[in-house]
Design a protein around this ligand. Structure first.
Ligand SMILES: *Cc1c(COP(=O)(O)O)cnc(C)c1O
Length: 385
């Protein structure tokens, strides 16, 4: 995908997917007609086609489409047998759902610090947090690259723990050709609109090679009813469907996913080039040392910077959208303080929460818009010297 062109407006929204829809409205309409023509709007052939396409793309043997990424996490934990009294190790720096999903199944998330740069679970800290109640480690792949799955897999093996991945952001990421979500017993994808593969609303998916886990997940997404549709409820499940319209939209988006990932990389390179000049005031995304590294997929372009909150206010006042990922570590979330295990300090997560901010990053972003954001950031620091 080459750089989109615009008649220049100065505002740069944090996210917009409107232009690419406008550009191929006919292609999208044809996809949507496959749904409206059949008259089947849930649990139909288009949803199955999406499951098949994601299975091919990721290499997962089984894929189970659900209503959103959070549901996929809850269903994954339930299907993996995580129960009340169990502990699951999750990073202290991640989206809330990585920890809330563990609480939703009655278990206790144990919050552990991250590695600087990759923003992913620190394997040494994980090792130190294992107790006799620990059942699983749930690494999260944030922003651009994967957690150190080799080292985390070793810790899991040493202690006989399951590895379950919150790979909600991980589409397209892999280490040695093995896709995110395929390093443990199961993983998930979120198709939230801003994600690298975003729906026209909400959708999510569970990935696994484990047939039993997949069967249980299918049952859980449909109230606990086995797939024969017998109206016999074997356990307490959920209502978590991926609508046919979302599946059709996602199949349409999948056609351009590789080109869009390449366009994201070009946007990142353009940011890097202009913002590296501002080091050490601004730190552009960090890359893991060669050999440990996954490929890079720029779902989020995250910088760490001095005077972050002032910079955010400055960009906002000039019409540039930003998103602070994440303004506080999960150890400081009101709803988690009394419920989660916080046995160790999390200084790396704390520092990141004070310095990190995501800049606009999506395929429809134009080169002019990227330059405008960079110019404003240069201006901000120049005025404050
Ligand atoms: C987006 C996201 C989720 C939740 O996905 P939804 O589809 O919004 O429910 C969970 N974990 C992480 C790391 C995410 O980025």
């Amino acid at each position: 995908m080459s750089a989109p062109t615009t008649t220049s407006t100065t505002a740069v929204p944090f996210f917009s997917g409107a232009a690419s829809i406008r550009r191929d409205w006919a292609g999208l309409a044809a996809r949507l007609r496959t749904v409206t023509d059949t008259g089947r709007f849930t649990f139909g052939p288009v949803g199955e086609e999406l499951e098949q396409a994601i299975a091919e793309r990721t290499g997962a043997r089984h894929t189970v489409a659900v209503n959103n990424g959070t549901d996929a996490l809850i269903i994954m934990l339930r299907a993996a047998g995580i129960r009340p009294g169990d502990e699951v190790i999750v990073p202290a720096y991640t989206f809330f759902a990585s920890a809330s999903s563990v609480l939703h199944v009655g278990a206790r998330p144990v919050l552990v610090d991250i590695e600087p740069g990759s923003y992913a679970l620190d394997p040494e800290q994980v090792r130190a947090a294992v107790t006799e109640r620990t059942r699983a480690i749930m690494p999260v792949h944030l922003f651009t690259q994967m957690a150190d799955m080799v080292a985390l897999g070793e810790v899991a093996d040493e202690h006989g723990l399951q590895l379950l991945e919150d790979s909600a952001e991980g589409i397209g990421m892999h280490i040695d050709g093995r896709h995110a979500g395929r390093w443990g017993r199961a993983g998930v994808l979120s198709f939230f609109p801003t994600k690298t593969l975003g729906a026209l609303g909400d959708a999510g998916m569970l990935l696994t090679d484990d047939e039993d886990l997949a069967r249980t997940a299918r049952q859980l997404r449909c109230h606990g009813q086995p797939s024969d549709g017998s109206y016999e409820y074997l356990e307490l499940g959920y209502n978590s469907r991926c609508d046919e319209v979302q599946a059709a939209f996602l199949l349409w988006r999948l056609e351009s996913l590789d080109a869009e990932i390449a366009r994201r990389a070009a946007v990142a390179a353009r940011y890097d080039k202009q913002l590296d000049e501002l080091a050490p005031l601004v730190r552009t995304p960090w890359l893991a040392p060669a050999g440990k590294q996954s490929n890079l997929v720029y779902y989020v372009y995250l910088i760490e910077c001095e005077r972050r909150d002032e910079l955010v206010a400055y960009l906002t006042s000039h019409g540039v959208g930003t998103e602070v990922y994440y303004p506080r570590p999960l150890t400081e979330q009101p709803c988690l303080i009394t419920r989660a295990g916080v046995d160790q300090p999390v200084p790396v997560a704390k520092a990141a929460s004070q310095r990190a901010v995501g800049l606009p990053m999506y395929p429809d972003l134009t080169d002019e818009q990227v330059d405008r954001v960079c110019d404003l950031i240069h201006e901000f620091y120049r005025e404050r010297q």
